[in-house]
Design a protein around this ligand. Structure first.
Ligand SMILES: Cc1ncc(COP(=O)(O)O)c(C=O)c1O
Length: 374
């Protein structure tokens, strides 16, 4: 049916990609219910940091507040060198070329645009974990590609152009060991696919030590492999929008070229804060200790209230079930003033789970534990 283009008619124009509904909007009712609790809401839904930005990172940001010129898309040489040495010190990653480090405006934008920037096309497959951070699917849809969800251990199908890995996982906290990562890299290479490993929770291992896809025990060269890093969680920099991508020098060079043309540039003060954050491990350990303590309070309280916690060996979330439908559990917790995310936000396989974030103050986590015991 064609619509008549009369005066005042809205031009139909080109259509954008078909995107899923923004998941958080559907939690409005439960948010209101949780807010009505006499002692206030404990918001464990979005994993947003609540602790202060470390003082040294704030100082670094403001030290270069008076830089009127355009910053470099590639970041400063100091930022690139700091990333190389942080990867080595913190995660035992060797062989990263400084020029193969590219700062990003947080990691979400890179996740959303990576398929497009790599030239993934309609007809290609983007393979993502069965339970996954929703932006992997969004990025594939922006590029017009087909999304295939892979169960743990399942190999990517023919036609895969990009394989996303995420260890430790959001939402499950599952960790892939070096041989599982190596298998995934091998399978992707056989198909000629790029592997992008989202490692934003790598510094937050509890029951196990997560491994980077760039670790020598996983791959001896970085051909076709990218590691995506974020400073949001380990350095409380979600508000600054701070991340970087590294790995295969040729892929990073191509991303840099496109991002230069497209104006995808990290502001200079944020580049300075990223550099300071990568040069200092003390604040990372301090933040890690805060989350470890919160986990020690929340996990037993949930178990005592009848929840089973699955995976959750690392990262910022407890993946929990009472065997009920996810939304029923979200409602049950909202009645107690605790807001969490239904597992279905992350894929159909999450229908009986909820994701509970550790990102609340000590006081709010203690309030949640108390309510669970009542
Ligand atoms: C798995 C995963 N990747 C990427 C991001 C994006 O983080 P940011 O854009 O703050 O770097 C998140 C945020 O929660 C995440 O959970």
């Amino acid at each position: 049916m064609s619509s008549a283009a009369g005066p005042g008619a809205v031009p139909s124009g080109p259509r954008g990609p078909q995107l899923p509904d923004f998941p958080w909007d559907s939690l409005a009712q439960q948010t209101d219910r949780a807010k009505a609790h006499p002692d206030g809401i404990v918001d464990l839904s979005v994993g947003t940091p609540v602790d202060p930005v470390p003082e040294n990172l704030r100082r670094a940001l403001s030290a270069v507040a008076d830089r009127p010129g355009y910053p470099a898309t590639h970041g400063t040489p100091e930022l690139r060198a700091a990333a190389v040495s942080a990867l080595q010190r913190r995660f035992g990653v060797t062989g990263v070329e400084p020029d193969a480090v590219l700062p990003t405006i947080g990691s979400k934008e890179l996740v959303a645009w990576l398929p497009t920037l790599l030239g993934v096309r309609p007809g290609d497959v983007v393979a993502i974990p069965e339970l996954a951070y929703p932006t992997y699917e969004v990025g594939a849809r922006i590029a017009g590609a087909e999304v295939v969800r892979l169960a743990p251990g399942e190999l990517p199908p023919a036609g895969t152009a990009l394989l996303w890995l995420n260890s430790p996982s959001n939402p499950t906290g599952r960790v892939l060991d070096a041989s599982q990562l190596a298998d995934a890299v091998r399978a992707a290479r056989e198909l000629g696919a790029v592997v992008a490993s989202d490692e934003c929770y790598l510094a937050l291992g509890w029951d196990t030590e997560p491994v980077s896809v760039l670790h020598p025990s996983v791959c001896s060269d970085f051909r076709g492999v990218l590691a995506v890093h974020s400073l949001s969680k380990s350095s409380n920099l979600a508000g600054y929008r701070a991340g970087f991508v590294t790995g295969d020098p040729e892929l990073v060079r191509r991303l840099l070229e496109l991002r230069k043309h497209a104006g995808m540039i990290v502001p200079r003060p944020v580049q300075e804060a990223i550099t300071a954050a990568l040069d200092d491990d003390t604040h990372v350990s301090a933040q890690r200790a805060r989350y470890a303590e919160r986990r020690e309070v929340l996990r037993p309280a949930l178990e005592a209230a009848g929840f089973r916690i699955e995976h959750s060996q690392a990262g910022l979330y407890l993946w929990a079930t009472r065997g009920d439908d996810a939304w029923q559990t979200v409602d049950w917790l909202a009645e107690r003033g605790i807001l969490v995310a239904p597992g279905t936000f992350y894929g159909p396989a999450g229908e009986r789970h909820v994701r509970i974030a550790l990102t609340a103050t000590d006081e709010r986590i203690a309030a949640a534990a108390k309510r669970l015991g009542e």
